[in-house]
Design a protein around this ligand. Sequence first.
Ligand code: CMX
Length: 136
Amino acid sequence: MNLQVVDHLGVAVPSIDEALKFWQDTLGVKCHGVEVVEDQKVKTAFLPIKDTEFELLEPTSPDSPVGKFIEKNGGRGGLHHVAIRVENLEAALAELKEKGVKLIDEKPRRGAGGAMIAFLHPKATGGVLLELCERK
Ligand code: CMX
């Protein structure tokens, strides 16, 4: 499997506007636009730092992966997932399936920023929600 780089770190936040007070105003990381991913019921904001990025994730509904994560965490945000860029996502998923790894997404789907993405189940990774992504 051709793993390339840690593409981004996903951070769940109850409010992107509130979170930007720290990330943008205090740390000085510039936000590169906000995008809603409708099928995941999440609003995202990317904050690049050199070759990688932080992705802030604000739920648009409590009934969503990020909404449930925040609820289980007592209403607070936290580190939600780690994304690794691969050269060929379809091939990586086929290889993992062959190895019996529990996948959340068996097929690539479109994520924020035009990337193709797929999640692996945290039960299969020792407790980390891993995303694989491919960028053209
Ligand atoms: N990181 C690590 N472990 C996690 C986790 C996370 N973010 N979210 C849930 N888990 C763990 C739970 O703690 C639980 O473990 P235990 O059974 O040991 O308690 C287990 O996974 C199952 O959790 P659950 O609460 O029963 O199941 P959920 O209904 O919350 O689903 C998950 C969890 C990961 C399957 C679901 O959140 C999912 O499908 N995520 C992928 C999609 C996603 O996260 N989208 C948002 C981002 C979209 C984007 O970036 O574009």
